[in-house]
Design a protein around this ligand. Structure first.
Ligand SMILES: C[S@@+](CC[C@H](N)C(=O)[O-])C[C@H]1O[C@@H](n2cnc3c(N)ncnc32)[C@H](O)[C@@H]1O
Ligand code: SF4
Length: 461
């Protein structure tokens, strides 16, 4: 009997919508081997990575600025809600001290290729204090010729002065959290933010000279309908951001410190509606000239992320997709994660504990993982799939003895037309793109060997 495309996709979603990682790292955090990890091993891996790559490709720095004035209930980021702005300076001083602890490990001046301020809300901090932070970082570092400096701005509190001050410090890229323009949805997620605010801060950024303005929008939010997603994308089109993150809402109400219990599961769109929101949203974005970049990102052809995808140089790390790959990423601030390519380490999450450890000259990590040879190969495959929707094992460097069982796990997805498997490579089809996380899971040897015992991951679709 004839089945419509819609019907087929709907049953694929039912079949493959299972909990799964977002793969900003491999191994994923719950699978880090904490027993064989130590602060000493982490520092050695940082030194090793720095010595091998600083003068060739530079390093990346991620700075987590965790404060927000008000709690958006959908938010899964690590943040502290406060209206007290006297927290700013002591926190920034701790970050500069943490930077000094890392610099003491380095044999020469670090060359910063990429620096990102994330949060929480970086624009919670005053322009003067952000200037104090960035000047402090660069007092003891060189700026790579094509360094990319970027920050996340909240449309409700980003001022012209923020944009001007950060531009003068070398920032050329800003991304704004938009989520959805509909008032019912905005009220449900406790984030009322009129279109005019987003327009104002996007226009200011362009006027000042920022070369890339990004917006984050989300599908699958409480009370969000297909029409709301359409409305949000049509409004987005008017502002033509250079980059767009089109995230699937991650529902993880069991995680500490988020407000997702503020609404009921029944307030969320069903898996099928969510999938249609994604498809409709994607079609509209492609229609108005955006190109799909890896998983959940879109960019105009004029944006460097698109150029980098075309050149096969896209990379993915804890900051998301990036066009400048560095092997070493130093994460500063409470809860930040660092990546030396050979290892990962995460800072303590409590701001008080973070500041206390720094005061005692201790790099404030509390957990991490040193990658085995196998981890490094799996990591490459997962990066290839997430960045270019294909991977191959035609060199010794990418060979895994488990390949046969990995491909066995993909047989059903191949029969469903989601992947095309050749002798030494595989490609995710257009139809298979929404299922990229499921395909990565077939390669995730740690997950395959031991299924999680508790709820850890959001649903893949
Ligand atoms: C740190 S926030 C953005 C900066 C700023 N605090 C703001 O809200 O405008 C980074 C982005 O993560 C995304 N995000 C947060 N929680 C999410 C969730 N549960 N599911 C999907 N995306 C989420 C949102 O799109 C948000 O804009
Ligand atoms: S979405 Fe942004 S402003 Fe809202 S709670 Fe999360 S980090 Fe803070």
């Amino acid at each position: 009997m004839y089945k419509s495309i819609n019907h087929i996709m709907c049953s694929l979603v039912q079949k493959y919508n299972i909990p799964g990682p977002r793969y900003t790292s491999y191994p994923t955090v719950p699978y880090w081997d904490l027993n064989s990890f130590s602060g000493k091993k982490w520092q050695e891996s940082v030194q090793h990575s720095f010595n091998a790559t600083n003068s060739k490709e530079g390093i990346s720095v991620y700075i987590h600025l965790p404060f927000c004035e008000s709690m958006c209930t959908f938010c899964g980021c690590h943040k502290r809600i406060t209206k007290r702005h006297d927290v700013e300076l002591p926190y920034l001083k701790s970050i500069l001290k943490e930077w000094k602890l890392y610099r003491d490990l380095f044999s020469e001046k670090p060359i910063i290729k990429e620096l990102h301020l994330g949060g929480g809300t970086p624009t919670f901090f005053s322009p003067e204090n952000l200037k104090f932070l960035i000047e402090g970082i660069f007092r003891f570092a060189e700026r790579a010729e094509e360094a990319e400096l970027s920050f996340e701005g909240h449309p409700n509190n980003t001022t012209y002065e923020h944009l001007q001050a950060l531009y003068e410090l070398g920032f050329r890229r800003v991304s704004y959290g938009v989520q959805d323009y509909n008032e019912t949805v905005q009220k449900a997620i406790h984030r009322v933010q009129p279109f005019e605010n987003v327009k104002k801060v996007s226009d200011w950024a362009r006027e000042i000279g920022y070369t890339s303005v990004g917006h984050d929008i989300i599908f699958g939010l409480p009370h969000q309908t297909l029409a709301h997603v359409e409305e949000t994308i049509l409004k987005t089109k008017e502002l033509k951001p250079d980059r767009l993150a089109f995230y699937s809402y991650a529902h993880v109400p069991w995680m500490k410190g988020n407000g997702q219990r503020g609404y009921k599961d029944s307030d969320l769109p069903s898996a099928d509606v969510k999938r249609r929101q994604y498809e409709k949203g994607k079609a509209l974005l492609l229609d108005v000239g955006y190109h799909e970049i890896g998983m959940d990102h879109f960019a105009l052809a004029s944006d460097s992320l698109y150029e980098s995808m075309k050149a096969g140089k896209l990379h993915r790390n804890f900051m998301g997709y990036t066009d400048s790959k560095t092997s070493l990423m130093v994460g500063l601030g409470a809860s930040s994660i660092g990546d030396s390519w050979y290892g990962f380490a995460q800072n303590v999450k409590s701001i008080e504990e973070y500041q206390h450890l720094i005061e005692n000259d201790i790099i404030p990590i509390f957990r991490g993982h040193i990658l085995t040879e196998e981890d490094q190969i799996v990591r490459r495959h997962i990066l290839n799939l997430m960045c270019s929707f294909e991977t191959s094992w035609n060199t010794h460097r990418l060979y895994l003895p488990e390949l046969e069982s990995i491909l066995d796990r993909l047989t059903e997805m191949e029969a469903d037309g989601l992947v095309e498997i050749k002798t030494r490579s595989l490609k995710i089809t257009e139809k298979g793109r929404p299922f990229v996380r499921n395909i990565c899971m077939a390669f995730d040897l740690k997950l395959q060997r031991k299924a999680p015992e508790t709820k850890l991951f959001s649903m893949t679709i």
